[in-house]
Design a protein around this ligand. Structure first.
Ligand SMILES: [Zn+2]
Length: 103
């Protein structure tokens, strides 16, 4: 992953979020795992859906999914080739399969 800092996007402390924190799935400021902010059964179902059709989701894709199921509104900003489009298509298919809509 290309090192980057995402301003004010840490799901725990809401301050800057680094790629290292995304890889570790942990806020280093508060020493708290991201899963504490996003404990969600639907996200786990999506990870299984994604894994069975595409492969293991990347850490950033897992973070985006958790944010979606946490009903957050956000922009997925990442360098080319990280998997934004793949994520979007997979999420739209998962939501449609469960009777929901995606734009
Ligand atoms: Zn943080």
């Amino acid at each position: 992953m290309i090192p980057a800092i995402y301003s004010n996007l840490c799901p725990i402390c809401h301050e800057d979020l680094s790629t290292e924190e995304i890889e570790e799935q942990k806020c280093t400021r508060r020493n708290t795992k991201f899963e504490k902010a996003f404990e969600n059964k639907e996200a786990e179902q999506f990870f299984q859906f994604f894994s069975s059709r595409i492969g293991e989701p990347r850490a950033l894709q897992r973070l985006w999914a958790k944010r979606i199921f946490n009903k957050e509104s956000f922009a997925a900003i990442a360098p080319t080739g990280i998997g934004k489009s793949t994520f979007g298509i997979a999420m739209a298919a998962f939501l449609a399969k469960n009777g929901k809509k995606a734009i």
